[in-house]
Each structure stands twice: as structure tokens, then as C-alpha cells.
Design a protein. Structure first.
Length: 501
């Protein structure tokens, strides 16, 4: 017994030594950025980073300047905070910075999906073909029908909808967008009422997974939560299984294209189920939360709400529903909403916080816009966090924490695309979708979905906050770096359908 204890002790020391030694030995080389390993061996700054990434990086930038390397859980990340120097990293003309390898590690862990050669390219081809251009118009029609079904019920407008309904705004937006987006992309069976019930159940499971997600990625779940995540994953695989999908009509061209590719590559059906789960996550995790922020900002800024309503009336006319009707909508209106477009850009500036990560394949010289050069080390990662370095930069966006609905509008009503830092025109002035090889391939569809929803809400509904003085909730700090942020708490509101008198 005693002997075993000693052997285990020795093994533990060897393991800890093996993990910590490279970190303890690592020294900053000439020309490398400032290195901050933190005080805890191997973990480095992981605890502070995971607790509040935004505050942590703000502190590091204040201490080290625009480029620094930090140790996080045995890995080294070089953060670049000067957006004028993003170009070479995003374009990566030297082919030294890799997105795919890093992304593959993540999807293996989170979705259990084993990527095949060419997946990344295939997802982007499927999205260019089916989530943009002419195909997007067809998908918008499906999305409008789905929103009608969910917001009015399968029989269209009924008297009940014209009474006030109270709800949490976040819950309402997330639930509605999730169900409509899911049904539009994954398709319907012949029993629509059953589909709506199934989408509701799926949303509840999705929310549970969503709440555990940040701590899951950082491996911080308790054993009980770990088991729960496993159960949820299995449930998603089953519900989204390719076998179930065979019963469905109208699965989107986007998913059909991607699943066909996987079949042709000989990917096993069980792995295709996992792929579907991954696509559910990518397509539904951000649209609901973004819609929430957009509607909340409109409700908190009457001048913005008025401008959006005025524009909606111009492009759609006065909308009122008659009994059993669905939303009637000129989808071409989506192309003529500069004010709403600016509201969307501003909402995403304030609420979307992606991290762009690239694995450094061989030693790399980073040339900064001011002429300075840094050596980035093979095996490390280079990271951009545009929420802090771009979205909240007062030089680029004066009063950056304020919602200004016309920030992205020129005085003549056209889209404003000229922004400056240190007097120089800046290309990356808003980066909610990431950039370069990893840019969100669903961004055009995402914008259409959210705009449709907002236009329906401001045109067909009366809506108001239960307490007009309620402050805009702060962001949940666990979610920095994971796409659209979520509020620390929900906000109560009420809504009712405007009907023919
Ligand atoms: C407001 C809504 C959305 C936001 C803010 C958003 C943001 C992002 C960001 C920042 C990335 C890149 C992540 C990275 O660099 O690692 C990404 C990737 C992705 N997004 Fe979106 N997204 C949204 C909606 C959608 C929708 C509606 C779809 C599909 C219908 C979609 C599909 C994807 C896919 C498939 C990827 C992975 C692409 C790849 O592997 O290169 N997204 N999204």
C-alpha cells in the first residue's frame, strides 16, 4: 500500500514536471513580444482570463502595450491589439498562420465531430451557394413563414394575439429566433404542430447546453455537469440524426449540400449526426441574443425606434393583420433599410465579441503598422480580440459604450464605411463576424433573419418595457470571446399584435 502510494507520488511529480517544465524554462527571446507567464506554473493567467477575458486583456494591454504573449493553461497566446496591424494576420500571405487545425481540435472536443479533409472549404462553398445571393431570397421566404407560424400559430392571427403578453425579452427573442431558424434550416415533417412542439423542447435543451458551454470549453464543469453535457450531446445527435432527417420535407439546400458531401466522403451516419449538431450550434447560438440586444436598444432609445418604424412604414406600408392572416411582407424591403442596417452594425459592435485565433506553423515575423517587427514563435497561437481593440476604441468609435443608432450612417443616409484611427483610415472598424478565412459564412442569412424579426416586431406589434427606466443589463463576463454576448439577467417587456379594428 505504502509502496503504491510512493510510486503514485513519483508519477505525479513526473507528470507535473513534464507539464510545467517547458513553461518554467521558457524565456523571452530577442525581438519577441513581452512575455507574461503569470505566477502559477502551467496555468499561467488562465484563471483571470476565464473569469473575465475583457478585463484581463485590458490590464495586460495597459501593462505591456499592443502586443504581448501570455501563458494560458500550458499554451502561449500572442495578443495583437493594434487594429492597424491586423491586415497581415488576417490575410496571412505567408501561409504560416493556420485556422483549420485549431478549429478542428475545438470541434472534436465540443461536438465530438471528427473533421474530414476539405470540411472547412466545403462549409464555405455550401454557404456561398445557399446562404447568399438568389438562394438567400428563397431561404428568407421560408424564414418568414417560420416566423409567422411561431409568432401567430399554425392557424394565423387569432384574437388571443391582440391581448398584451408579458415575457422576458431575451427569452422571447432567443426562443423565437431559435425555433424559426432551426425549422427553416433543418426542415419540417408533415405534422407542423408536432414540429413546433419538438422545436420548443429542443430550444430548452439548447439553452441548457448554451449555459454550460463557456465552462465546458474551458474544462471547468463539475462531474455532474460533465455527465449532463454528455446526455445533452447524445440527445442532440439523436434528434438531429440523418435517419430522422429522412422523414423531413424542405431541409435547406445548405444542409443538404453539406450532408451530401459528407456521404460522398464516406463519413459514417453517426458522425453526420454530430456534424448536424455542430451546424445547429453555429447557426442558432448568436441570432437570438443579437435580436435581443437590437430590440432592447430600440426600446431604450425612442429616437432610434422612431427612425426604424418610419423606415419600416416607408418600405412595407402600414401593416395590420386580419383574422387568420400571416405576416405579409415584401422581402425586397430587406434591401432598402439603411437605418435598420446601421442599427444592426451598432448592435453587433456593442454585443458581438469573437476571438480570432490562428496557430503559428513556423516562426513568423509580424510587421506592425508603425514599422516595429516582432518574432512570433512556432507552436504558439496568435489572437485578436476586436471587441476591446476595435469596437471599444474611442478613437475609432467616439463614446464607444453608447448606443448610437446612426453611427454607421452618412448624413445623406448611405452606409458609413470610413472610420479612422490615429488619423489613418481603418479597414477593420467592426468585426462581429470575424475576418479572413474564418469569417462567418452565415452572416448574410443571419442579418436577414434578425432584420425580418425586428421589422415584424416594430411593424405588427405594440411593444414596451414593463419598466421603461430599467437599465440595460451588463454583459455576462463568462461569454467574452464566444460570439454574441448575453445579459447577466433578462428584462421584462410586453407585446401585443396590432389588428384591424
Ligand atoms: C448574429 C449572428 C452570428 C454571429 C455574430 C456569428 C459570428 C460568427 C463568427 C465570429 C464566426 C467565426 C469564428 C472563428 O473565427 O472561429 C462564425 C463562424 C461560423 N458561423 Fe456564424 N455567426 C452568426 C450567425 C450564423 C448563422 C445564422 C449561420 C448559419 C446559418 C452561421 C454559420 C457559421 C459557421 C458554419 C461558422 C464556422 C465557419 C468555419 O468553420 O470557418 N453563423 N460565426
Amino acid at each position: 500500500m505504502v509502496l503504491w502510494g510512493q510510486v503514485l507520488g513519483v508519477l505525479l511529480v513526473i507528470l507535473v514536471g513534464y507539464l510545467c517544465l517547458p513553461g518554467l524554462l521558457r524565456r523571452r527571446k530577442p525581438q519577441e513580444p513581452p512575455l507574461d507567464k503569470g505566477s502559477v506554473p502551467w496555468l499561467g493567467h488562465a484563471i483571470a482570463f476565464r473569469k473575465n477575458m475583457f478585463e484581463f486583456l485590458k490590464g495586460m494591454r495597459a501593462k505591456h502595450g499592443d502586443v504581448f504573449t501570455v501563458q494560458l493553461g500550458g499554451q502561449y497566446f500572442t495578443f495583437v491589439m493594434d487594429p492597424l496591424s491586423f491586415g497581415p494576420i488576417i490575410k496571412d500571405t505567408q501561409r504560416t498562420l493556420d485556422f483549420v487545425q485549431y478549429a478542428q481540435e475545438l470541434v472534436r472536443k465540443v461536438f465530438g465531430y471528427q473533421p474530414t479533409e476539405g470540411d472547412h472549404q466545403m462549409i464555405h462553398s455550401a454557404s456561398s451557394k445557399h446562404l447568399m445571393g438568389d438562394s438567400l431570397e428563397d431561404l428568407n421566404k421560408v424564414m418568414l413563414n417560420s416566423l409567422s407560424l411561431i409568432m401567430l400559430g399554425p392557424k394565423g392571427w387569432s384574437l388571443d394575439a391582440s391581448f398584451w403578453h408579458e415575457d422576458g425579452l431575451f427569452q422571447f427573442c432567443y426562443n423565437t429566433l431559435f425555433k424559426a431558424g432551426y425549422l427553416s434550416l433543418f426542415g419540417y415533417t408533415k405534422n407542423v404542430a408536432q414540429d413546433l412542439l419538438q422545436a420548443e423542447e429542443l430550444f430548452m435543451k439548447f439553452r441548457r447546453f448554451d449555459l454550460l458551454f463557456p465552462r465546458f470549453v474551458y474544462s471547468l464543469l463539475s462531474p455532474r455537469e460533465w455527465l449532463e453535457v454528455g446526455q445533452l450531446q447524445r440527445l442532440f445527435h439523436k434528434t438531429l440524426s440523418v435517419e430522422h432527417n429522412l422523414e423531413k420535407d424542405g431541409m435547406s439546400g445548405w444542409l443538404c449540400y453539406m450532408l451530401q458531401f459528407l456521404r460522398e466522403q464516406g463519413v459514417a451516419p453517426a458522425m453526420q449526426d454530430k456534424f448536424n449538431f455542430m451546424m445547429l450550434w453555429a447557426s442558432q447560438g448568436n441570432t437570438g441574443p443579437t435580436s435581443f440586444w437590437a430590440l432592447l436598444f430600440l426600446l431604450k432609445h425612442p429616437e432610434a425606434m422612431q427612425a426604424v418604424r418610419k423606415e419600416a412604414t416607408e418600405v412595407l406600408g402600414e401593416a395590420r393583420l386580419e383574422a387568420t392572416q400571416f405576416f405579409t411582407f415584401k422581402l425586397s424591403a430587406l434591401q432598402h433599410t439603411p437605418v435598420l442596417n446601421s442599427v444592426m452594425e451598432e448592435t453587433l459592435r456593442l454585443a458581438a465579441s469573437p476571438t480570432l485565433l490562428r496557430a503559428i506553423q513556423k516562426d513568423y515575423i509580424l510587421k506592425m503598422a508603425n514599422g516595429q517587427e516582432y518574432l512570433l514563435r512556432h507552436g504558439d497561437k496568435v489572437a485578436l480580440f476586436p471587441y476591446l481593440s476595435v469596437h471599444m476604441d474611442p478613437d475609432i468609435h467616439p463614446k464607444p459604450t453608447t448606443f448610437k443608432y446612426d453611427r454607421f450612417l452618412n448624413p445623406d443616409g448611405s452606409r458609413k464605411m470610413h472610420f479612422y484611427k490615429e488619423g489613418k483610415k481603418i479597414h477593420h472598424y467592426n468585426m462581429p463576424w470575424g475576418s479572413g478565412v474564418s469569417i462567418c459564412p452565415g452572416r448574410f442569412f443571419a442579418l436577414s433573419e434578425i432584420k425580418l424579426f425586428i421589422l415584424i416586431m416594430v411593424t405588427y406589434f405594440d411593444l414596451e418595457l414593463m419598466d421603461p427606466d430599467t437599465p440595460v443589463p451588463s454583459m455576462d463576463p463568462q461569454r467574452w470571446g464566444f460570439g454574441t454576448l448575453q445579459p447577466r439577467h433578462d428584462v421584462r417587456f410586453r407585446y401585443r399584435l396590432k389588428c384591424m379594428e
